[in-house]
Ligand binder design. Sequence first.
Ligand code: CO
Length: 140
Amino acid sequence: MEKPTRTDTNAGATIAHVGIAVRGLAEGVSFYRDILRMPEVPLSDSDGAKIVGLAAGDSLVELLEAEAPDSPIGKFVAKRGPGIHHICFAVDDLDATLRRCRDAGLRIIDETPRLGAEGKRVAFLHPSATAGVLVELTEK
Ligand code: CO
């Protein structure tokens, strides 16, 4: 059997963005924008976080700065410091994917999808279901 190419593998989930928690957007942005030359993408704030998007091909890095200490990002940074907060995968059919998660007994944080920073429906899965990574699902 031939090895699948990278194009073949786009049939499944793709990485929509990687969410990185930062203490301050100004210090976080400079590496990605000025050193890696990733263009800034406007995004709306979400979940009590200010967000700057930086394009990485078809994907994004989202820098997340807490607006309040008791927001999800505020608590994350207080406990663990800045770093990768979540990975967002885009799937063909969000409802069907959530159904498969439910059937497999995986712990879902958002039983009902809600609107994310990119204006698309999103749902988070609990890290206990995903090898320790907070996973966000969105639609392609
Ligand atoms: Co996200």
